[in-house]
Write a new protein. Structure first.
Length: 99
């Protein structure tokens, strides 16, 4: 019984050390992220894309979502936003059309 207890204690110690190293790595990345998060992109975009928003009875959140998508730091002519409001019984489609 003493052998198995020592073996389990050693295994748990190894797991704690590995978990501690992973945690320390995450903390270091978080600290460095505080300093590099405000850098602006200095090149022009080369890709066009479309944002598809599937919604069903999302009257409360569709307006702020579309407004947030329109405020992206990307040239407006390089992306399109499409809201797919399927079978809604509220005003989701009307609000999306207004936006």
């Amino acid at each position: 019984m003493n052998f198995w207890t020592s073996l389990l204690n050693g295994a748990f110690l190894v797991m704690q050390v590995i978990t501690g190293l992973i945690d320390a790595y995450q903390v270091v990345l978080s600290i460095f992220g505080l300093f590099y998060r405000n850098r602006k992109v200095k090149y022009l975009p080369k890709k066009r894309f479309a944002v598809l928003v599937a919604s069903h009875n999302e009257e409360q959140v569709i307006g702020p979502l579309v407004e947030n998508l329109k405020r992206m730091e990307y040239p407006k002519e390089w992306y399109d936003v499409y809201v797919i409001a399927d079978n809604c019984i509220d005003h989701t489609a009307v609000i999306a059309r207004q936006m």
